[in-house]
Write a protein that binds this ligand. Structure first.
Ligand code: PEP
Ligand code: MG
Length: 894
């Protein structure tokens, strides 16, 4: 194995091996751009080091060979006393982990070579300052010395001299600081600062390897879902200096505006400085455009390079550069991060420029970005006072009165108030409050904290880890710094605040909310073709058109009323994949269901079924009308019946109190009996789904009749109803056969009466492991399968879908047992493999079987790709996620 690559040997596609930085330095080198020469030690070497605790034996010789070549190129040796070659040693993993890992600059300086650097640079102060920086960085990151000790020593020197800024320390001061620093290293580590340049370099390389596994790096990876076993590459690069005088400097640049996508000159420049000075914010940077006045030659060259990079990478690039005495050097480039809106704009701009085609444009955006663009947002033009900023944990714009406990959140929201629940951190006891609140704000915890995980699961706006805000739940208040930084602002219970879950900002008072232009577009209230249409809307329109053109998966909606169906259709739904009929039995109709459950005699039961029939039929007529010409999958009743009855505890108390008062009511007593009879320890595994149809006579027949009669009525009205009847929770083909037989009888009756072939199909959900395992048999009796991945996930994992997210999932996510809840993204290995096998078995039995999915996963970007891969015909999801599913289905096919 080869562990070291010269910059001339790599290329941008070797990110796995060379890390992002190394691969792109190599790419730039090979493009002929001015990159300081150097080499990259591979992630493979890092992996060996992390596994065995030692560098791979071959590494030392390979590094020696590459160092010699570098020295030959540069015409000087590492740390050479009269003219030292100096190098930087920088980490660079496959995925960028900003600030998480180590870097050491100025390797090669020593007591001997500092004189050589003075000579060569003609600047004694610069040489000593560089040496000072090396000992400080090396001491801290390689030798583990507390960085504050160095900072304090500098402070002392400044105080002793009576100055306040580093610049006022002269060469003599810095030389004394170097002596002091060497003393600190000796005192703290029991050894001297290494004078051998090669030893410096080798130790720095190992320190970079080690930094892969620091706590903060591990935490960052968990949050960003970066695998823990990739390792980092190490880049050894000859040093160039931006701090050699006014004709030197350092800067960052973007080839386009990462916020809007606009082409132009974007970036910052700092004269006479090194990269860390920019980060440290010691002096103010100037806009990149000002470089034209300062150094026209370098500016022009940089513009040319930016153009080269854009054309080469065919994407927005961000760049770090340094100018050393009028000579421009490229230190880094990569395809730059951008906002969701810019991603759509840039993708279409690049198509217009002929740099990428439509298929590639689809890969430049994703469903998560589209979802972000669909949230309502705060009106940016409104004046608002920002209190602070936390982590953008779950997007959305929420406004409400501050409350500091769950109880108040629930109480106030019941009385119609909008509230924001503010906690230091949340725990499962806060669940009710979180449900009641418009949004959640915490001062502790990251993207996988309880608040963040639960809020995302509920689709609720959440800002977490806003550490600059002090939350006092006892005093029920939150304290922030005032905008001028001098005073304090106190938010008390009942004060209105606004939180933005897309950028983590927290505001005092009510910030006006405006609807997303992208939703206005999907709703048909804004036309992409209109003269004044938003750029963003035009870009989204084009990308959606590309996606629709190439996707193979159809996209349906989970909808159970005409209003949702109509919206779904506007959003591009090609039918309904799941109409949950239980939603039609709520409200006033609950009483009819209650009577059905309490019925003692056939007459009583028939009476309540007959009362429900016209109501059900009317529902379906509306739904078929809204989806005219498109398939509508109606699922027969699924949930356990106790859901339609009063809560067992409440009812027991009511009956007991009534008995004590001696005025018990006959109906309540009957009800209580029924509640006890239907009470189940584990209702999700109890009397529900097809089991209801088999034990409650007439229930499914009534529903089938309502569907068939509604279809007949729509036909008479010249409509084109395309109903599909779906049986839930089937575990064996026998269950399905019973229901099917009854349904076919009812349909035949209705068809005879209507004199029409209603073309109704009958199929089943595959949502139990046994159904998936025997899908070949089940397909004998099913014209379609719809995978119910919610219940399938629940039963395959043995996770109660209603409880786990609020109980132990946070711990699982924090431990990295899974990166994302299996209820959110399909578990490919477990649940997914059952789906895959059932697809094959179903098609083997019935080649033209129609296959879809209607669990929550149908609208999840990653899962949509999986469903495309296994060859489903459609995914079905909630109306708001339809555009996301269309886009991802297009991306999967492109
Ligand atoms: C499912 O189980 O995936 C499903 C869609 O049905 P429900 O969520 O209604 O149980
Ligand atoms: Mg289900």
């Amino acid at each position: 194995r080869k562990f070291v690559y010269d910059f001339t040997e790599g290329n941008k596609d070797l990110k796995d091996l060379l890390g992002g930085k190394g691969a792109n330095l190599a790419e730039m080198t090979n493009l002929g751009l001015p990159v300081p020469p150097g080499f990259t030690i591979t992630t493979e070497a890092c992996k060996v080091y992390l596994e065995t605790g030692a560098e791979p034996p071959a590494l030392r010789d390979e590094v020696s060979a590459h160092l010699s070549a570098l020295e030959a190129t540069m015409g000087k040796k590492l740390g050479q006393a009269d003219d030292p070659l100096l190098v930087s040693v920088r980490s660079g993993a496959k995925f960028s982990m900003p600030g998480m890992m180590d870097t050491v600059l100025n390797i090669g300086l020593s007591d001997a070579s500092v004189a050589g650097l003075t000579q060569q640079s003609g600047d004694e102060r610069f040489a000593w300052d560089s040496y000072r920086r090396l000992i400080q960085m090396f001491g801290k990151t390689v030798l583990g010395v507390d960085g504050d000790l160095f900072e304090e020593a500098i402070e002392e020197a400044k105080q002793a001299k009576g100055v306040t800024v580093d610049i006022d320390l002269d060469a003599g001061d810095l030389r004394r600081i170097v002596e002091r620093f060497k003393g600190i290293v000796r005192e703290e580590t029991g050894r001297s600062f290494p004078q051998d340049p090669r030893e410096q370099m080798d130790l720095a390389v190992c320190a970079v390897f080690d930094s892969w596994n620091t706590d903060r790096a591990k935490l960052y990876r968990r949050q960003e879902r970066i695998p823990g076993d990739l390792g980092t590459a190490v880049n050894v690069c000859s040093m160039v200096f931006g701090n050699l005088g006014p004709d030197s400097g350092t800067g960052v640049a973007f080839t386009r505006d990462p916020a809007s996508g606009q082409q132009g000159v974007y970036g910052d420049y700092l004269q006479n400085a090194q990269g860390e000075d920019v980060v440290a914010g010691i002096r103010n940077t100037v806009p990149l455009a000002d470089l034209e006045q300062l150094d026209k030659k370098s500016y022009d060259q940089l513009m040319e390079i930016m153009e080269t990079l854009e054309t080469h990478y065919k994407d927005l690039c961000d760049i770090e550069f340094t100018i050393e005495r009028g000579q421009l050097w490229m230190l880094q480039t990569r395809v730059g991060k951008r906002t969701a809106g810019a991603a759509f704009r840039i993708a279409t701009q690049l198509v217009d420029q002929g740099l990428i085609d439509e298929a590639e444009a689809l890969q430049r955006v994703n469903g998560a970005q589209l979802a972000q663009l669909m949230f309502p947002r705060f009106d940016e033009t409104a004046a608002s006072e920002q209190l602070g900023r936390g982590i953008a944990a779950s997007p959305g714009a929420a406004v409400g009165k501050a409350v500091f406990d769950s109880y108040t959140a629930v109480k106030w929201s019941r009385s119609g108030e909008k509230v924001i629940l503010i906690r230091r951190e949340t725990n499962p006891d806060d669940l009710n409050g979180m449900i009641a609140a418009e949004g959640i704000l915490t001062s502790r915890g990251g993207k996988t904290s309880h608040a963040a995980v639960v809020a995302r699961g509920m689709g609720k706006t959440c800002v977490c880890g806003a550490e600059e805000l002090e939350v006092d739940t006892k005093k029920r208040c939150l304290t922030a710094k005032s905008p001028d930084g001098k005073g304090r602002v106190v938010v008390e219970e009942g004060d209105v605040i606004s939180i933005d879950g897309s950028n983590g900002k927290v505001y005092l008072g009510e910030v006006p909310v405006v609807p997303s232009p992208v939703v206005e577009y999907f709703e048909g209230r804004m036309h992409a073709g209109a003269e004044d249409a938003d750029d963003l809307v035009k870009a989204v329109h084009r990308i959606m058109a590309y996606a629709d053109r190439v996707r193979r998966l159809r996209v349906r909606a989970n909808a159970d009323n005409a209003e949702d169906a109509a919206r779904a259709r506007r959003f591009g739904a090609q039918g309904i994949g799941l109409c949950r009929t239980e939603h039609m039995f709520l409200g006033e109709r609950r009483e009819l269901v209650e009577r059905l459950i309490l019925a003692d005699t056939d007459e009583e039961r028939d009476a309540s079924l007959n009362a429900l029939l016209p109501l059900q039929k009317a529902d379906f007529v509306e739904l078929f009308e809204a989806m005219d010409g498109l398939p509508v999958t109606v699922r027969l009743l699924d949930p356990p019946l106790h859901e339609f009855l009063p809560d067992i505890t409440e009812l027991s108390v009511r009956v007991a109190l009534a008995e004590a008062r001696k005025d018990s009511n006959e109906n309540d007593l009957r009800l209580l009996q029924a509640v006890h009879k239907l009470h189940e320890q584990n209702p999700m595994l109890g009397l529900r789904g097809v089991r209801l149809g088999l034990v409650i006579p007439g229930l499914f027949a009534m529903q089938v009749r309502a569907i068939a009669e509604a279809a007949a009525e729509r036909r008479t009205a010249n409509g084109d109803p395309r109903a599909e009847i779906m049986i839930p929770l089937v575990g064996t083909v026998q269950e399905l056969e019973f229901v099917r037989e009854e349904a076919e009888r009812v349909i035949a009756e209705v068809e005879a009466a209507a004199g029409a072939d209603l073309k109704l199909t009958i199929g089943t959900m595959i949502e139990l492991p046994r159904a998936a395992l025997t899908a070949g048999q089940i397909a004998e009796a099913a014209e379609f399968f719809s995978f119910g991945t919610n219940d399938l996930t629940q039963t395959v994992w043995g996770f109660s879908r209603d409880d786990v997210e609020a109980s132990f999932f946070t711990a699982y996510l924090e431990k990295g047992i899974f990166g994302v809840s299996p209820f959110e993204t399909i578990d490919r290995d477990g649940v997914g493999s059952l789906v895959r096998n059932a697809v094959e078995a179903g098609r083997a039995t019935r080649p033209d079987i129609k296959l879809g999915v209607c669990g929550e996963h149908g609208g999840d970007p990653e899962s949509v790709h999986f469903f495309h891969e296994v060859g489903l015909d459609y995914v079905s999801c909630s109306p708001f996620r339809i555009p996301v599913a269309r886009l991802e289905a297009g991306r999967a096919a492109a």
